[in-house]
Design a protein around this ligand. Structure first.
Ligand SMILES: [Zn+2]
Length: 199
């Protein structure tokens, strides 16, 4: 008997599209939701369904926030002289967890990847250049991941900022090659940040 159209099967199929969720975990989550308080299931569904309407990108840095500007951009205790450039929101979260950085972030939501269709023409460079000029940034810290695309992006940005006369540093190695920042432990990432070098 086919279970096409079966609500549990539909939920399992949707859940397995989430990162890190296999068929077994998806079934466990589905049964858990079924056995839980119906109010919880409703709140979970509604929260997911309305997420993209309630969350936007920070007008300054691109982080996800429910306000026009995120809490970090609005925090007067953070210096605008240091700007840490990352590929994704979770990379900024990872640097935050290391607790060694008091500047602000810029989230690219992209990496240079000419073979994947993101060449210099598609890369969101201008908002970053504008921001650096507008906010008086003294040092741009490149914290793109140590992957082929992450290194190509860092090299490209370093050249752009050299032309603009802005100091550029790259976080030190220690972040495993090809690894993601979000899976790097805070101590290693903290050291990588403190040991950054001029590029
Ligand atoms: Zn922000």
């Amino acid at each position: 008997m086919s279970d096409e159209g079966d609500p549990i099967h539909s939920l399992v199929r949707l859940l397995t599209r989430l990162p890190g969720v296999g068929e077994k975990s998806a079934r466990r989550i589905a049964y858990h939701v079924l056995g839980a308080d119906p109010d919880y299931a409703r709140a979970l569904g509604e929260t997911i369904a309305t997420l993209s309407e309630r969350v936007r990108r920070c007008a300054s840095c691109g982080a996800y926030t429910s306000r026009v500007r995120c809490a970090i951009c609005d925090d007067p205790r953070r210096t605008s002289e240091l700007l840490c450039v990352v590929a994704r929101p979770m990379d900024a979260d990872a640097v935050e967890r290391a607790r060694v950085f008091q500047g602000r972030y810029h989230i690219l939501h992209a990496l240079l990847d000419p073979l994947g269709g993101v060449g210099p023409g598609e890369f969101p460079l201008q908002p970053l250049l504008d921001r650096v000029a507008r906010e008086g940034v003294r040092e741009v810290i490149l914290a793109t991941p140590p992957t082929v695309e992450g290194e190509a992006t860092a090299l490209y940005l370093a050249e752009c900022f050299h032309a603009e006369g802005v100091a550029v540093t790259r976080i030190a190695s220690g972040v495993p090659h090809g690894g993601e920042l979000e899976f790097t432990d805070p101590i290693t990432l903290g050291r990588a940040m403190e040991g950054r070098r001029t590029v």
